[in-house]
Design a protein. Structure first.
Lengths: 180, 233
């Protein structure tokens, strides 16, 4: 479903719930500004339950430079514990999530690689059998699978999400357009 | 639109007793002249061009009524569609009213909204969901699309004046009698003419009332309408 159709369906539902004094035009005008709020609140709600959290998982290609990579703003870092990090070129490597303070101070299990979130959106990576170093680290491309907020596409592009998530988005947008 | 201005001129001049010929045969010859000129007119009260001007005034009066009557079917007769797409903030040429405004890309009709809403949408360049709004304010068209085509009602006396010698009137054919009647009612110079002109004016006002009511069927001219006899020249 393209984004324009998603908006039109939500506006149709919202206008059917309201009296004729609220015009469809006013709902259409208000719909697009609400999209970031709607996409975010649906993602947070679905992420709370483990069963529905899987619908939000996305695989992202991370460019790790000197042991550090920046997470995009759609990543739900509060659910990083549900993430999986791997090297597509070496399936024998496994990475374990750890706390940031443990990453920089502890003796890490050399059989595993390790990763931790530093601050708000920085991912730190330590390769197997190496210690953390703030000045030198791996420069490598890794794949991170993690729950994310669905991206808001261009108006004529498809919403990249399962049908269930799309229906949740329509329902939430219609609810936001309907006065309480 | 097949009634010529010359036909209305014939209608009007005959009833104003302004055509050359006191004998039937001569009068018939004059009336049958395809394109009347000053030489065909004998009226000392109303020169030839005053007939032309009265007819154009009458046409203008009916055009204004049609333009002011919401959704009147005859508005299409006085409408035109802009050829070049119109950008936001463009001044519109002299118009009697806008019939419709459409997006030139997908042909979606725009909806009138308050000016502040239209201007706010235009300023919010981050919007990608298409909104089709417009407002005409102070003769300037504001809209939220890249380019639109405007169907509007137009009347230009200069254009109709150029048509008068050999062209057709802009109004529907059924208004031929009404235009003639109103033109006659405008050509009043003394008390006697006022009485007779008033009869034609009454009929014209009834036609105007019918148009304002949205009708397109017009009652015929009453049979007992006199011919006005001005002083022969």
């Amino acid at each position: 479903m393209i984004l324009r159709e998603l908006i039109q369906r939500a506006v149709d539902i919202a206008s059917s719930r309201q009296d004729t004094s609220v015009t469809r035009l006013s709902l259409e005008t208000a719909a697009e500004p609400m999209l970031p709020l709607v996409f975010s609140s649906v993602a947070v709600r679905l992420a709370r339950a483990e069963r529905t959290r899987t619908m939000l998982r996305r695989t992202k290609s991370l460019s790790v430079a000197n042991g550090s990579a920046t997470l995009t703003s759609d990543v739900l870092t509060s659910y990083i514990s549900d993430a999986n990090l791997r090297d597509a070129t070496d399936k024998t490597k496994q990475y374990s999530l750890t706390q940031w303070d443990q990453l920089v101070t502890d003796q890490l299990d050399p059989r595993l690689g390790h990763f931790a979130v530093e601050g708000e959106a920085t991912l730190r990576v330590v390769e197997p059998n190496t210690a953390y170093s703030p000045t030198s680290g791996p420069t490598i491309t890794l794949l991170l699978t993690v729950p994310c907020v669905p991206a808001i596409p261009a108006i004529g592009a498809a919403v990249v999400a399962t049908d269930e998530v799309v229906e949740e988005l329509i329902s939430e947008l219609a609810a936001q357009l309907t006065p309480k | 639109m097949t009634v010529s201005y010359q036909q209305i001129l014939h209608d009007t001049a005959l009833r104003m007793n302004a055509l050359v010929g006191s004998q039937v045969a001569t009068l018939a010859t004059t009336y049958d002249t395809a394109s009347l000129t000053v030489a065909n007119f004998k009226s000392a009260d109303f020169p030839f061009n005053s007939f032309r001007d009265a007819i154009l005034m009458a046409v203008g009066d009916y055009v204004l009524v049609i333009a002011a009557t919401p959704n009147h079917p005859w508005q299409s007769r006085i409408s035109s569609i802009t050829v070049s797409p119109i950008a936001n903030g463009t001044a519109l040429s002299a118009e009697l009213g806008v019939l419709s405004i459409r997006d030139t890309v997908d042909n979606t009709q725009l909806t009138e909204q308050p000016l502040e809403v239209v201007q706010r949408i235009v300023r919010e360049t981050w919007r990608t969901y298409p909104l089709y709004y417009y407002k005409v304010s102070g003769g300037i068209l504001y809209h939220t699309r890249a380019a639109v085509a405007v169907q509007s009602m137009l009347y230009n006396r200069t254009t109709e004046l150029a048509q008068f010698a050999a062209g057709n009137m802009v109004l529907p054919d059924v208004l031929e009698t009404a235009v003639m009647a109103r033109a006659i009612s405008l050509m009043v110079k003394n008390t006697q003419l006022e009485d007779k002109a008033g009869i034609y004016r009454k009929y014209s006002e009834e036609v105007i009332a019918d148009i304002r009511a949205g009708y397109t069927s017009i009652n015929p001219l009453p049979s007992a309408v006199p011919t006005i006899a001005p002083t022969a020249g």
